[in-house]
Design a binder for this molecule. Sequence first.
Ligand SMILES: C[S@@+](CC[C@H](N)C(=O)[O-])C[C@H]1O[C@@H](n2cnc3c(N)ncnc32)[C@H](O)[C@@H]1O
Length: 293
Amino acid sequence: MHIPVLKEEVIQYLDVKPNDNFIDATCGNGGHSAAILEKNGPKGKVLAIDRSPEQAENCKLKTKSYGARITTVCDNFANLADIAGRESFKNIKGILFDLGVSSWHLEESGRGFSFQKSEPLDMRFNPENQLTAQKILNFWSKPELTKMFKDYGEERFGERIAQEIVNSRQAKPITDTLQLVEVIRRAVPGFYKRQKIHFATKAFQALRVAVNQELANIEKVLPQALDILAAEGRMVVISFQSLEDRIAKNFFREKAKEGKLEILTKKPIIPSLREIKANPRARSAKLRAAIKK
Ligand SMILES: C[S@@+](CC[C@H](N)C(=O)[O-])C[C@H]1O[C@@H](n2cnc3c(N)ncnc32)[C@H](O)[C@@H]1O
């Protein structure tokens, strides 16, 4: 099960107080939502959102005991303003984004998020969406694949990987995670395979980001979040890769210059060594927080 990352820090930077309302825009298994609900009783509410239907259900189960204080919806946070409007969720004192993928996706979804076991290359957060990893790998052109690996994975061997994908799929469509790992293995140089970070990490990240349009969604939601927050409301963004972190950092800086928010974290907050030891998935987390002016 997913262990919520930087849990204490999230509560601290959201400044969770009794009877205040919060949005958990990426509720996952509901770990952060439950932590907020523990602190914002007896009347404070949480609107919990997740794009994966199974995760929205997991969150509902986890937070059942809080009754009507939590509303869980399955939707894309890119529709945040509409969701809050639809749910008549008002007086919002804080919004949390804990971006990316959860342990459930990697370990239980069966949708090919992990390069460590054989699964169909799907990678959709929501299975109702049209685009899958298989479609990208088997139908996108070499320049499109190269650009994806560079823009969404900062993968330095993106062009070589794209070329190997194009060669391989002529013989047989690429449909399975371990098949893709082999394609990447053939494409990248020897030293790359001996590094601490697995040689397929960035290519898999790029594919997932492309399938789910993750960066575009973050770009879309941050202005909406600022807009719907109450005065003095807080935004907390936890990211796990530099491209996401850069979007949050630049957004906060730009809005701080315009006098619309104040940055609370000059440098991003990172997990302690103790947290990383207990939960290695926390190791790349960076938390940024700001308060609406
Ligand atoms: C790191 S997990 C969150 C874990 C959660 N904080 C917890 O404590 O269990 C990120 C979650 O965000 C969801 N997600 C990613 N992009 C999303 C989007 N655009 N809209 C809504 N949910 C999204 C994923 O489905 C995933 O469950």
